[in-house]
Write a protein that binds this ligand. Structure first.
Ligand code: TYD
Length: 134
């Protein structure tokens, strides 16, 4: 999977409460190596603003809402996540930021790699150069 895309997740509707899930390889294009979550984001804050050399991610708004803004080196794409039954797949080498967090929003992020600061591209100009080399 080379492009960012929304992946719809199974929804098991139940009078007792609904249930959704994802697993590799049915819904997710990679095996999960790490899970983290972002919460208690103060109003107006932005997270992210970096890209990854190798890491791929899948982001679900488990609660509340936020926007994920992706940049492919030429243009921006905005994805609003506000339901827990779909998520956004982000391939490597996409600049991303997360913003417009609602009160009490909870972002679940799964990744195909362990944490590695060396995988981060934190300079936008360097990101553009890497993109142009593709
Ligand atoms: P960072 O990825 O820069 O946050 P964001 O992109 O959401 O703004 O991570 C913030 C800090 O947390 C940074 O010092 C690295 C650390 N961190 C870990 O130690 N392990 C992890 O899995 C993640 C995602 C971050």
């Amino acid at each position: 999977m080379e492009s960012p895309q929304i992946i719809n997740l199974p929804k098991i509707l139940d009078k007792r409460g609904n249930l959704s899930f994802f697993e590799y390889p049915k819904q997710l294009p990679f095996e999960i190596a790490r899970t983290y979550w972002i919460y208690d984001v103060p109003g107006g804050e932005t997270r992210g603003s970096h890209a990854f050399m190798n890491q791929q991610e899948f982001i679900v708004a488990l609660s509340g809402s936020f926007d994920v803004v992706l940049h492919d080196g030429e243009k921006e794409m905005r994805f609003s996540l506000n339901r827990s039954y779909y998520g956004l797949f982000i391939p490597n080498k996409y600049w991303r930021r997360m913003e417009n967090f609602s009160t009490n929003s909870l972002a679940l992020i799964v990744s195909d790699r362990a944490f590695d600061e060396n995988d981060y591209i934190r300079d936008f100009n360097q990101f553009k150069t890497i993109r142009d080399e593709r």
